[in-house]
Design a protein around this ligand. Structure first.
Ligand code: CTP
Ligand code: MG
Length: 170
């Protein structure tokens, strides 16, 4: 089931909003263009916390999923491994998105349609694929995942903003 496949990446992407803060990943450094590498919106605490949250999701799935009709992998350990890999991919994709935003001169928190919502899930799935943990997906599956991610990302970010966790609603 697609939701089980993407759940660790979703949690890894969302949790830095709460867990993040402190030293930025780029430690304040700038590139030759005079702009920050990633900016203050990407912190070490967010990075490590996000990977931990996504891996924990994988551990929970390892307890719940095997033996049910939602089974994706042959062993419980594979869900943990997949949770970790998908989380690393999600945080990597998120950093890559911010890298591109900074290169195009956008301040952290400025909205950038698609680049804010999609790199994390695409890289999460690519990381899974790189380690042979991505099940065969049809074109329709990909379309469902990308569309659902766009909608969910927008809805959850708007909610996080309403709850006062996030400065901007995207
Ligand atoms: N966050 C973090 N560490 C990360 C990712 C996110 O601490 N690796 C936290 C930051 O507090 C950030 C918030 O989560 O402000 C929301 O993340 P996001 O929308 O991805 O970052 P932005 O601040 O919008 O920055 P950017 O323009 O670079 O996307
Ligand atoms: Mg943002």
């Amino acid at each position: 089931m697609l939701l089980i496949l993407v759940l660790p990446a979703y949690l890894a992407n969302a949790s830095p909003v709460i867990l993040g803060g402190g030293a930025p990943v780029d430690l304040g450094r700038k590139l030759g263009d005079g702009r920050r590498i990633f900016g203050d919106g990407k912190t070490w605490r967010g990075l490590v916390g996000g990977i931990a949250a996504g891996t924990l999701t994988g551990i929970i799935l390892a307890y719940l999923v095997p033996g049910t009709s939602y089974t994706i992998y042959p062993s419980a350990g594979a869900y943990v491994e997949a949770g970790f890999l998908a989380s690393c991919g999600a945080l990597f994709g998120d950093l890559a998105g911010s890298f591109i935003k900074r290169r195009s001169g956008m301040k952290p928190g400025r909205p950038y349609l698609l680049l804010d919502q999609l790199p994390f899930i695409i890289f999460a799935l690519l990381f899974l694929a790189a380690f042979g943990l991505l099940p065969a997906l049809s074109l329709f599956d990909w379309a469902v995942i990308l569309a659902a991610t766009l909608v969910l990302h927008s809805a959850t970010n708007w909610m996080a903003h309403r709850l006062g966790w996030k400065k901007v609603p995207w």
